[in-house]
Design a protein around this ligand. Structure first.
Ligand code: SF4
Length: 347
């Protein structure tokens, strides 16, 4: 199945036509034969079909909104970065456990912003405010920014913006592999390019509309060859029959590809690893079951431990002894396959 994102319908905010990218995109989608219409107002998108939550969700994932970002500030993004850098909202992928499921609601249409120069201007002011400290920005807090890159080129421009910024750093994470256009970006080592990985047993079952792990691993090798600081997020980690062997193979195959592609003098010291075990909130579970009524995601409260969280949202995580076993397992694997890598956390 191709994962190339071609929207079924496009909406544009009338204000988007004041920007060259907005005009170009509207013309391009019209030429492609995609239905294009103006939205009545900012933030109110009507006209996404679907009588059930499941159908409306799928149609929303095939809907692109060309917008203008109006807010003059960025949200904070603790602890991984100082600020979110909003380039895109949502993503055409349909991972059943998407981390955006609770925030984006039941019609998570994809929104891109055409006023990139203004957005980067805000980043520039925020960097100035924190001088002489380095300021970190996260580009995937509200989306996977890669699937729409073919249309906007925003990620490449952002990477090059940070390449010119001695005191700014950028990071993002993706499951997508359409990254050729980013390989020659002048990043100057200021962008950490991370891939989200999981074993194929899990990707096939739950990460609908995303490339298989093997393709992500091959893409990560290209990114490494292009000298980017590289990272992996292994998430969400599940326990299932044979989980250790499945995740071991994933780490082994990744290490093999990186060894093959690494530029001279590279060592795993420059690699970051993040591990996140599967967890869910009651609210996320309700949304998931509405959108994916036949989901086989393991979400049995009596099998999990309830952990009180920030803002009153408790999470269901694995039992303490299971977590301990998983943490030790991944620490061992990391040490074996990437002896010098920086394990940022296991949660
Ligand atoms: S690729 Fe990422 S952002 Fe897109 S649906 Fe999957 S988890 Fe969500």
């Amino acid at each position: 199945m191709s994962v190339e994102f071609i929207p079924n319908r496009v909406f544009y905010e009338p204000g988007a036509l004041d920007y060259p990218l907005g005009k170009t995109l509207v013309e391009r989608f019209l030429q492609m034969g995609v239905s294009v219409s103006a939205t009545a107002s900012h933030n109110r998108i009507t006209g996404i079909p679907g009588n059930t939550a499941a159908v409306a969700y799928r149609e929303a994932k095939r809907t692109l909104v060309i917008g203008v970002r109006r807010s003059k500030t960025f949200q904070s993004c603790k602890p991984s970065a100082h600020y979110q850098l909003p380039l895109v909202t949502s993503c055409p992928g349909m991972c059943e456990y998407c981390y955006l499921a609770t925030t984006l609601g039941k019609k998570p249409y994809v929104r891109i912003y055409v006023n990139l120069a203004e957005i980067l201007g805000i980043a520039s002011s925020l960097i100035q405010e924190r001088l002489p400290e380095i300021t970190q920005f996260e580009g995937a807090a509200t989306s996977d920014p890669v699937p729409v890159e073919r249309y906007t080129g925003a990620l490449k421009q952002t990477i090059e913006f940070f390449g010119r910024e001695p005191n700014g750093r950028f990071r993002f994470v993706t499951k997508y592999t359409d990254i050729e256009s980013l390989l020659d970006a002048k990043h100057e080592g200021h962008t950490r390019f991370r891939f989200s990985l999981n074993c194929s047993e899990i990707v096939k079952k739950y990460e609908h509309g995303t490339p298989p792990p093997e393709e992500r691993i091959i893409a990560s090798g290209k990114v490494l060859k292009a000298d980017y600081p590289l990272g992996f997020i292994i998430a969400p980690i599940f326990r299932f029959e044979g989980w250790q062997e499945a995740y071991r193979r994933l780490m082994e195959r990744t290490a093999e590809e990186l060894t093959r592609r690494a530029p001279l003098g590279w060592s795993s010291e420059q690699l970051t690893l993040e591990f996140i075990s599967h967890r869910y909130t009651a609210k996320a579970k309700a949304t998931i079951l509405e959108v994916f009524p036949n989901s086989t995601l393991p979400m049995q409260e009596d099998e999990r431990k309830f952990k009180y969280g920030q803002f009153g949202y408790g999470k269901y995580i694995y039992q303490p002894e299971e977590m301990k076993e998983m943490k030790e397992f991944f620490q061992e694997q990391a040490k074996f396959y990437f002896p010098l890598a920086q394990v940022e956390y296991f949660i």
